[in-house]
Design a protein. Structure first.
Length: 169
């Protein structure tokens, strides 16, 4: 579900960037996939990793880096990032206040998530990792219907916690 949203929101931007820079649609799809895998690996291996810009700015930075590396491999010549290449990235970065607000919201989500029972954390974490509910039910050794119901109830608890805590802040 999250991956699908990312594709819906950013695929056209990635395709436009890659096709304008010596690539084709297939290259764009490959680079987008590599960027998502890279970001998943970073988030999984570094639990304290935090994005300090918008998701879009970070994602497109990863895409650009991967594409430059791909061009470098293809041409076997050194590709350097010139200052002009960094300007569009800088344009995408929101103001400092917006970044701080995003950071605050992520911290709120994280603290509320940690207050949930371990079983809730597990079912939500697995579903956020893009694992289907069929596989989640198998991993948790429960029925498919129970896993779906549990996920729903746990997400309700998380939303209520977030709403409560954000109302008192």
């Amino acid at each position: 579900m999250v991956i699908q949203k990312i594709y819906e929101q950013y695929a056209s931007e990635v395709i436009a960037y890659i096709t304008k820079n010596s690539g084709n649609v297939e290259d764009a799809r490959d680079i987008m996939q590599e960027a998502l895998l890279y970001m998943h690996k970073i988030a999984h291996n570094k639990p304290d990793f935090t994005i300090t810009t918008t998701f879009q700015a970070y994602f497109m930075t990863v895409v650009r880096g991967n594409w430059l590396n791909e061009l470098k491999k293809r041409s076997r010549t050194k590709v350097t990032v010139v200052q002009d290449e960094l300007l569009p990235i800088m344009d995408q970065i929101e103001s400092y206040e917006d970044m701080e607000e995003s950071k605050r919201q992520l911290q709120l989500l994280d603290s509320c998530f940690k207050e949930l029972p371990t079983s809730c954390q597990e079912v939500i974490r697995l579903s956020w990792e893009g694992i289907g509910m069929e596989e989640v039910s198998q991993k948790l050794n429960v029925s498919y219907g129970y896993a779906r119901k549990r996920k729903c109830k746990c997400l309700e608890k998380l939303v209520k916690l977030i709403k409560f805590k954000s109302s008192i802040l």
